[in-house]
Design a protein around this ligand. Structure first.
Ligand SMILES: *Cc1c(COP(=O)(O)O)cnc(C)c1O
Length: 371
């Protein structure tokens, strides 16, 4: 699905030098490079504070801890997402409240969101799934009206722009009260291990986030909050500083691959290409087709036989996952999520796809669906 080796080969001298400098310095934790990357990312995103941490799941957990969410508080999340979004809500003893997604964009549906709000609701976690922003203007309006926190899960969409109705642009993850991202190797800005970050424009919240990621400690060995240990190590920061300088090129490469796929598949009644939301750019973490009267499993097997990986993100909605079964929910409650889970398929999407590979992929998909 990704080709990290070919990507590394192109930036090898920069990366190798950056990693070697960390090793020579032996400042493996909290080295100066972590601050340098943090500052670069703040500039890139146009956000006041970036707090690096251990991974994207921690970023979400720490955000909820720093906002002071307490057991019994309800937190709204989409039913069609990676498990981490709901997992941290459950882990903290908060109550996950799921809502259905929009059939076109795969993102949280503002109308369903409105209906899920109760007096116990404290926060909303919109996920910018597959690389495209959720409808942030509608979500912020609902949140403001009800006094709710918005925690953006931008793990799949770093670098995407949300375009407000008045034309103003903001990077996803910087619009809500707090934004979270992951630097897992296969993410759009991936490191060579685990990593994550939290964004906010709120000075007080930034101080709290910084405390929570570091054992609730602001003065050494004095603990004002119950925190966690979640750090971005210096070697990962060194890799990320190099890769951040290429992030826009990487997004362009992904968009070009998506256009190639679009051109090959558009108009085919069996393949629905990913819809674009006019208020967002799309950075294509995934290129996801909605199939129509195609045997998905057989398609995946056929592509595998041609050495083309294809994946289903995500085959089981959160409310039907064994660990998350809940008497509040039953099959049929989130019809769009359930429909999509049964019918979507994602094709290889990364920065190193060339015309030959793209041709091989598109002609194989078309051969299967026209057979
Ligand atoms: C990857 C991902 C996460 C978790 O990130 P990790 O770094 O793997 O912990 C959370 N939410 C979404 C939507 C993701 O894609």
């Amino acid at each position: 699905m990704v080709d990290l080796k070919a990507q590394y080969e192109k930036i090898k001298p920069e990366i190798d030098t950056a990693i070697a400098e960390v090793i020579t310095s032996t400042a493996f934790i909290n080295g100066p490079i972590v601050k340098e990357f943090q500052a670069d990312l703040e500039t890139y995103l146009g956000v006041k504070h970036v707090i690096p941490c251990g991974n994207g799941t921690d970023a979400l957990q720490v955000a909820m801890m720093a906002l002071g969410l307490k057991p019994g508080d309800e937190v709204i999340a989409p039913s069609f997402t990676f498990i981490a979004t709901a997992e941290v809500i459950a882990l903290l003893g908060l109550t996950p409240v799921l809502v259905d997604v929009d059939a076109e964009t795969f993102n949280i549906d503002p109308e369903s969101l409105k209906r899920a709000i109760t007096p116990k609701t404290k926060a909303i976690v919109p996920v910018h799934l597959f690389g495209q922003s959720a409808d942030m203007e509608a979500i912020m309006e609902i949140a403001d009206k009800h006094g709710l926190f918005v925690i953006e899960d931008a793990c799949q969409a770093i670098g995407a722009d949300y375009i407000f109705k008045n034309g103003r642009k903001s990077k996803v993850g910087t619009i809500g009260h707090v934004g979270c991202t992951s630097f897992f190797p296969s993410k759009n800005l991936g490191c060579y291990g685990d990593g994550g970050a939290i964004f906010t424009n709120d000075d007080k919240l930034a101080a709290k986030l910084l405390s929570v990621v570091n054992h609730g400690m602001t003065v050494r060995y004095y603990h004002d909050d119950i925190g966690v240990n979640s750090r971005l190590d210096s070697i990962q920061a060194a890799v990320l500083k190099v890769k951040l300088s290429h992030l826009d090129e990487y997004a362009t490469a992904r968009q070009q691959a998506a256009s190639f796929y679009d051109k090959a598949f558009s108009g085919n009644p069996k393949l629905k290409i990913p819809a674009r939301f006019s208020n967002s750019t799309h950075v294509f973490h995934q290129y996801t087709l909605v199939l129509n009267q195609v045997d998905r499993q057989k398609l995946i097997e056929f592509l595998t036989s041609r050495e083309i990986p294809a994946m289903v993100y995500y085959p089981v909605p959160i409310h039907l996952q064994k660990a998350y079964l809940d008497p509040r929910y039953k099959p049929g409650d989130f019809p769009i999520t359930e429909f999509l889970s049964g019918i979507v398929v994602s094709l290889p999407m990364h920065t190193e796809l060339d015309a030959e590979q793209l041709n091989h992929i598109t002609s194989s998909v078309l051969e299967f669906v026209s057979a």
